[in-house]
Write a protein that binds this ligand. Structure first.
Ligand code: UGA
Length: 441
């Protein structure tokens, strides 16, 4: 890859070994920078030192292993050490949602205070990679000013991350754009040099604008999904096919084909929390973002609507056996946070169904979440299907697309497929003797 050549090497500290931080640390070290990745979770850090990854992310483990070996990447639990040894500090700590919808910025403040404490005379650049509400950079800067012990120079900047779980490494090296929110030319130059070997448009803005770009992007994508889900409801009522509607709409370059797949809706740790935070910060600034509230409502409704559709077919769910395949919030990840599966499984249990669950990666996470004795975890899809009255697909894992439906039909007590991601062709399944539930088709 061309990104390996001619890089000006920086000493970087990445604070946080979560999805954003660990991928960024691995990829920055792959670019040639010297990276200390700091996390206060001792278990996580000692596992990473032994090359054990804390979560599944394709292509990440080999990069971590390679760069640990060649000394470009080290892991530490000491924030002070990480800051002292680095010129540039990327903040990739969690900004979890609070009960009122606002983002909890305690960890961001802690890092700002640690930077202030460890400013030792040399210039440092502190960059937020975490998704934060607009004006957080300003606050971080004020915090560093307030707590610093000398007049050491520093800048703050915003460099929001747009990577998707499951495709994070690819997204890092081949981004659609790099957004840099800065206040000084010096900070702009450093950030451009760090990314010099990545071929992507660089958008340079002020810090507030960069922070807002991230919330606006995620909110727009979530709204796009809710839009097509709303269209899918009308399709169901009108007897139209939303898959064809998406296909034709998406070919219009102004609309674009991505994020137009109707189904049980979006989940994950980003969209639900970022919409909530964007609504909150907009309100605080004086704007009621009603459009986003409706996007949230539509998303919630898709889950109960899916269960209603199954009820319509099976009538009474009490005592019925149902297989749920695909538990993570999307394919190629073991992440179950805010996954549609959580609400759907809870609703099916409430109706009295007996469940067999299977996911190619999220089994451990799911076992932690679902302790109900009416739930059985299966080792593979075919095992989950044995004797069930219905199989629900909630995540479009590749292995489900290759499922042997002839074998499945023999194994099931009743051949009902509830396709929460519109992955299958109704006609093909009908030809095999299945009843089919899609979303808007
Ligand atoms: C999202 C954004 O896509 C990234 O650009 C961003 O960096 C990231 O959040 C973040 O803020 O960290 P991610 O949460 O990994 O990434 O997942 P997506 O691939 O965006 O999918 C989100 C959800 O939308 C999934 O549950 C997926 O199944 C659902 N989805 C996606 C649909 O229901 N329909 C679609 O057409 C597309």
């Amino acid at each position: 890859m061309s990104h390996k050549k001619n890089i000006k090497v920086y000493n970087l500290c990445v604070v946080g070994a979560g999805h954003v931080g660990l991928v960024a640390a691995a990829c920055f070290s792959e670019l040639g920078h010297k990276v200390i990745c700091v996390d206060n979770d001792k278990k996580r850090v000692s596992a990473l030192r032994k090359e054990i990854m804390p979560f599944y992310e394709p292509q990440m483990a080999p990069l971590v292993k390679k760069n640990l070996k060649r000394g470009n990447l080290v892991f530490s639990t000491s924030l002070d050490e990480g800051i002292k040894k680095s010129d540039v500090i990327f903040v990739a700590v969690g900004t979890p949602p609070q009960a009122d919808g606002s983002a909890d910025l305690t960890s961001v403040e802690n890092v700002a205070r640690a930077v202030a404490k460890n400013l030792d005379g040399d210039y440092k650049l502190v960059i937020s990679k975490s998704t934060v509400p607009v004006q957080t950079g300003q606050r971080a800067k004020e915090t560093i000013y307030r707590y610093r012990k000398n007049n050491a120079e520093f800048d703050v900047a915003s460099n929001p991350e747009f990577l998707r779980e499951g495709k994070a490494v690819y997204d890092f090296f081949y981004p659609d754009r790099i957004v840099i929110g800065v206040e000084t030319k010096r900070a702009e130059t450093i950030l451009k040099e760090i990314y010099a070997t990545i071929d992507a448009p660089v958008i340079v803005t002020d810090i507030n604008t960069a922070e807002l770009i991230k919330h606006a992007s995620n909110s727009f994508l979530a709204t796009k999904i809710s839009f097509i889900n709303a269209v899918s409801r009308v399709c169901d009522l009108a007897g139209a096919d939303v898959s064809k509607v998406s296909l034709a709409m998406g070919l219009d370059k102004r609309i674009g084909k991505d994020f137009l797949d109707a189904g049980v809706g979006y989940g994950g740790f980003c969209f639900p929390k970022d919409l909530e935070a964007f609504i909150y910060i907009s309100k605080k600034l004086g704007y009621d973002f009603r459009l986003l509230k409706e996007a949230q409502n539509i998303n919630e409704e898709q889950r109960s609507y899916f269960v209603e559709k199954i009820k319509e077919h099976l009538w009474i769910l009490k005592g019925k056996k149902i297989a749920v395949l695909g538990l993570s919030f999307k394919p190629d990840t073991d992440d179950m946070r805010f996954a549609p599966a959580i609400d759907i499984i809870a609703a099916l249990l409430k109706e009295g169904a007996i469940l067999s669950l299977y996911d190619p990666q999220a089994r451990d996470e799911a076992q932690e979440l679902f302790k109900d004795k009416r739930i059985k975890f299966s080792k593979n899809s075919q095992e989950a299907l044995r004797g069930v009255d219905c199989v629900c697909f909630l995540t479009e894992w590749e292995e489900f697309k290759n499922l042997d439906f002839k074998k499945a039909k023999k194994a099931m007590a009743y051949p009902l497929v509830a396709d929460g991601r519109n992955m299958f062709q109704r006609d093909e399944l009908k030809a095999l003797g299945f009843e089919y539930i899609g979303m808007g088709r």
